[in-house]
Structure formats: C-alpha cells, structure tokens
Design a protein around this ligand. Structure first.
Ligand code: SAH
Length: 250
C-alpha cells in the first residue's frame, strides 16, 4: 500500500463551510493528525486513528504525519480555515524539504478551505473587495519589528489588512501596539471589524472605527479586519453597518 498525506482546511467552524472535497479527503483517511481541537471537529469513523497534539508542535506533527505516510498510511493533516494560511501546509513542506529523501516521493495533496478572513468579510459585506493582505500578529515565529514594519507598509500602501492571531494570553499587548502604528498612517475613520468565532455558536461581529477600536474586544478566536482609507461603511437603522472596499481606485 502506498501512503499519502492530504493537508485539509476544515473551514472556520460550521459544517456547511467545509467543502465536500475536504469531507471526502477526511473520510478516506486512515489517520488524522492535528491540533487537538481541530481533530475533535472531524466526526471520523471508528477505524480512524487520531493523533492529537499541542498547538506549538507544528513541525513535529508534520514529521509524524510523513513517517506514518511513509509506512503506508493515508494521513489527513487538519487545520482550521485554509490549511495554507498560517497553518499546517507550510510545516509539512518544510519537513519534506529538510527530511528524508523518500518523503519527496510521497503523494502529498493540499485541500483548500474557507479561511477566517473570507468568512469574516462575508458577514459584513465586501471589505476585501480591493487589494488586501493578511498578516499574522503572532511574534512566535517572526520578530515583532517585522510585524510592525509590515503593518506600516501595508497600511501606507492602501491595503485592507486581515489580522490573524491578534491576541492570546501569552501575547496580550500586541494588538494595542498594532492599532497605535496603524493610527499614525490611517484616518481614525477607517472601518475596523472584529469577527469572533465566525460560523460557530459563539459568533460575534462588531463594526467600529480605528479611532474607537479597543484591543480588549479581540481574543484568539478573532479575525480583525482593518479597512484602508478607501473602505466604506454604510450605516443602517437597527442593523450592523455594511462594510465594503470599492474596486476602483482614484
Ligand atoms: N488557517 C486558518 C488560520 C489559523 S491562525 C484560516 O485560514 O482561517 C488562527 C487565527 O485564525 C485565529 O487567531 C483567528 O485570528 C483566526 N480564526 C480562525 N478561525 C476563526 C473563526 N471561526 N472566526 C474568526 N477568526 C478565526
């Protein structure tokens, strides 16, 4: 039997936001590998072996998946959202590049998923309708000065910014510092969206402005969208504002 690795994006949470391709790949796997809460999201069959691990062990987890596949197993490595966006797909390829020569011959596929930025954007309108970028605020894997330089450059260049990993218990101050840098470059009226646990029962979405944005509103399940100077808000009686970025640039 030839082993394989499929790296699967589970989407933001709700079952209907998982693609049929992802569901089929999960059903075909003999082994599920991933961060515990993500593995728990897969219904799975009684025959499937689950290998749950801690969130910080990405490379070990990737190597484990490749060893299983080299031994003939059909392994699904799971990530939330899209598996290629701040998630496991990079770790698997990093492990292949640095690992055993035989791993390069394995059948390795990536199955895309709905990333948090797309699920969040769809809730409020079309904030990503013009040029945008995604930045992870986590400084676990890159120096904080790099994060700040990218934020500044992206805002100055007119990109809408999707901020992943805005805050955690171990990183409580970064989002406040990010807002400070952005306020130097963008107008206080730039729309800011806090989208927490999108598509899950605890979902909460708030639309505010950069001037009023409170870092404490976010937690580790929050995607923060920062509009550009061109991003528009349409206020609505008794409802959340629509947020969109016009496609044309003056
Ligand atoms: N691969 C994932 C991102 C993993 S990084 C994706 O494509 O979505 C983890 C970060 O993703 C979280 O800190 C949060 O910023 C964001 N995130 C993941 N699921 C989310 C959801 N349901 N709602 C809002 N943000 C989410």
């Amino acid at each position: 039997m030839t082993g394989s690795v499929v790296i699967v994006g589970l989407g933001p949470g709700a079952a209907e936001m998982q693609t049929p391709q992802a569901a089929a790949a999960l059903a075909a796997a003999t082994d599920l590998v991933g961060y515990g809460p993500y593995v728990d999201r897969v219904a799975g069959g009684p025959e499937q072996v689950r290998h749950s691990s801690d969130n910080r062990e990405e490379l070990d987890r990737a190597r484990h998946a490749l060893l299983l596949a080299a031994a003939g197993r059909r392994v699904a490595v799971v990530s939330s959202g899209d598996a290629g966006v701040f998630a496991m797909a990079s770790a698997v390829f990093e492990a292949i590049e640095a690992g055993e020569a035989a791993w390069r011959a394995l059948d390795v596929q990536v199955v895309p998923g709905i990333s948090a930025m797309f699920a969040a954007a769809a809730r409020v309108g079309a904030p990503l309708g013009a040029d945008f970028c995604a930045i992870s605020l986590s400084d676990n894997l890159k120096p904080w000065r790099v994060v700040l330089a990218r934020l500044q450059a992206a805002a100055a260049a007119g990109f809408v910014i999707a901020l992943y990993n805005p805050l955690s218990n171990a990183r409580p101050w970064q989002l406040g510092a990010a807002f400070e840098v952005l306020r130097e470059v963008l107008p206080g009226s730039a729309p800011v969206v806090f989208a927490t646990a999108v598509s899950r029962p605890e979902e909460r979405i708030d639309v505010t402005t950069l001037a009023l944005a409170e870092p404490a509103r976010a937690d580790m399940r929050t995607l923060v969208l920062i509009g550009s100077a061109a991003t528009r808000c349409i206020a609505r009686e008794g409802g959340r504002a629509f947020v969109y970025s016009p496609r044309s640039v003056a």
